[in-house]
Write a protein that binds this ligand. Structure first.
Ligand code: DGJ
Length: 542
């Protein structure tokens, strides 16, 4: 009798106390249709980010004036370095007080954190290694360049370096798990920072030289054979040129030259970083990524940081970096679309963890979300603004924040398009359902005051299809006309267009647009200094 009642009692107890058991899951990546979303607190999340300047978060005192700026700019997430030298000043003695304070402050300001592990490498160099590592060069060897000169760069071929870095990272993940797994303020980890070999394409110290004349690891060769049809063309061509060999050392498989030195180095950087990532995830399973300093056109590896997670080395990084969730570009270079296209060409998700904080970031943030359906965007040195309330980025983040439920529920389904326009790239065409949208820069309207100016601000828009004839269009500096993709004899008219906001997730109309605002029904327009959302219904007429 007793034993028959027990399951009933337990079920009742569990149901009544469900809230005590219902723990939200950890931040994770999840595939949705054609894209990948970051799920935080069980909901899709967009990183409206900003990365702090390198020394800003080194004391809690120095952070005091920063939070209000970030809030004013509508950030959802702050990217903050964790410096190895500060968390493990003495070997084996860890101090996480700085990061406890930071997590508490982030929670108070309703923001999430991405931690950037400044471990063995930060912008190629090992400047954030603790003194006890730097001073013990016998145990923690440095790389040597092609002249045999030591650099202030720890060698990825050293087991001691790997173990010391791994131990520190494991302790960091244990701290985050213990301190934060209930609130989940830390949502993503970047492992190391802008890895890359300088000033030569590869390491020439003894351990590295030994590895260079060993056979190429089976892991990489197998990956190349399994993905032969999907390899990035730059890498595929090198393999092809050398006869698609499947056994041999690095020079036998890829030929002699700096490109081979770089491939070799990339494999071992990826392998090292993968081991750190895997060990960290075993303790606390957050999504983890790596970032790259983009190479400048025409330069040889070693003149730029060689062997980082760059587009031409994606396959090498992916073969050795199985625990690493994605590779990300840092932008201090022009050609935003070009590089983002390269990073997404194998179907990978885009996240822009760094972009120089210039006047293009607002437009690019929206384009990252609208065109690439990316995880998010983050200008570097975000706290450097003196007028956060005037930052276009803050206004754009405000729009994306309002639109987040609409964006995330339509991602991956072919319902979202983005456009980005400049003086040299004034017009683009996107298609959604039975409509073709001709999206032009606002200054193409001859009567706008900016039309005759020398420089045009970067403009961008997102278009979200919510029903057959209904769209939400948001952004800044665009003018849009529409055609039917099905019938060239059918004219498309604007049935209704309202400007408004999502207030508590409810669409709330601010103005009904007509007259000059739609050029008497001819177009949709969001002016250059406006940041707006419009809800539009179209219809066909003959
Ligand atoms: C890229 C690095 O990742 C950042 O930490 C910073 O050094 C910027 N470059 C430049 O200031």
């Amino acid at each position: 009798m007793k034993s028959r009642l027990l399951p009933i009692f337990l079920t009742l107890f569990f149901c009544l106390n469900f809230h005590l058991f219902a723990q939200q899951s950890l931040p994770r990546l999840a595939k949705k249709g054609t894209t990948t979303q970051l799920i935080v607190d069980d909901k899709p999340f967009i990183i409206l980010g900003g990365e702090l300047g390198n020394s800003t978060a080194t004391t809690a005192e120095n952070m005091k004036t920063v939070w209000s700026k970030l809030k004013t700019m509508n950030l959802s997430t702050v990217l903050v370095p964790v410096y190895w030298e500060l968390i493990e000043p003495k070997e084996g003695k860890f101090d996480f007080k700085l990061y406890q304070d930071l997590i508490l402050e982030a929670r108070q300001n309703e923001m999430k954190l991405v931690f950037l592990w400044f471990g063995s490498w930060k912008n190629s160099m090992s400047s954030h290694a603790p003194a006890w590592v730097k001073l013990n060069q016998g145990k923690y060897p440095r790389v040597k360049d092609n002249t045999g000169r030591s650099q202030e760069i720890l060698s990825s071929f050293s087991e001691n370096v790997l173990q010391a870095d791994k131990n520190a990272f494991e302790n960091l993940m244990r701290f985050i798990k213990d301190f934060d797994s209930k609130d989940r303020t830390v949502i993503l980890m970047q492992v190391e920072n802008e890895i890359g070999m300088l000033p030569s394409a590869r390491d020439y110290q003894t351990l590295a030289n030994d590895a260079f004349y060993q056979p190429v690891p089976a892991e990489l060769l197998q990956y190349m054979q399994n993905h032969k049809d999907q390899l990035v063309p730059e890498f595929y061509e090198i393999w092809k040129k050398n006869g698609y060999k499947t056994t041999g050392n690095w020079e036998e498989i890829f030929g002699k030259g700096l490109h081979t030195d770089e491939i070799f180095m990339a494999y071992f950087y990826a392998d090292f970083t993968d081991k750190i990532t895997e060990a960290g995830k075993k303790i606390y399973d957050l999504p983890m990524f790596v970032n790259a300093a983009l190479n400048k056109a025409g330069r040889e590896p070693g003149n730029y940081p060689s062997a980082g997670p760059l587009p031409h080395l994606m396959d090498v990084w992916k073969s050795a970096g199985k625990a690493i969730d994605f590779l990300s570009p840092d932008f201090y270079n022009p050609d935003f679309k070009h590089w983002c296209d390269l990073y997404t060409r194998q179907g990978d998700v885009l996240f822009v963890p760094e972009h120089v904080f210039d006047n293009s970031v607002a437009a690019k943030a929206l384009y990252t979300i609208g065109h690439y359906e990316g995880l998010g965007f983050s200008p570097f040195s975000i706290e450097s603004t003196q007028k956060p309330e005037e930052e276009p980025l803050g206004k754009m983040y405000g729009l994306i924040k309002e639109l987040t439920p609409l964006i995330t529920s339509h991602q991956g389904l072919g319902k979202i398009k983005g456009a980005m326009l400049s003086k040299s790239d004034q017009e683009t065409i996107v298609r959604l359902g039975k409509y073709e949208f001709i999206v032009k820069h606002d200054y193409t309207l001859s009567w706008t005051p900016g039309a005759r100016t020398e420089t045009w601000p970067l403009a961008s828009a997102i278009i979200i299809q919510t029903a057959e004839n209904e769209f939400y269009i948001a952004g800044s500096g665009v003018v849009i006309t529409t055609k039917s993709t099905e019938n060239k004899d059918l004219n498309i008219g604007i049935l209704k267009v309202d400007e408004g906001n999502f207030i508590d997730k409810q669409w709330t109309v601010k103005r009904h647009l007509n007259g000059d605002q739609t050029h008497q029904g001819r177009h949709i327009n969001i002016g250059t200094n406006q940041f707006a959302i419009q809800r539009v219904e179209f219809y066909g007429y003959r």
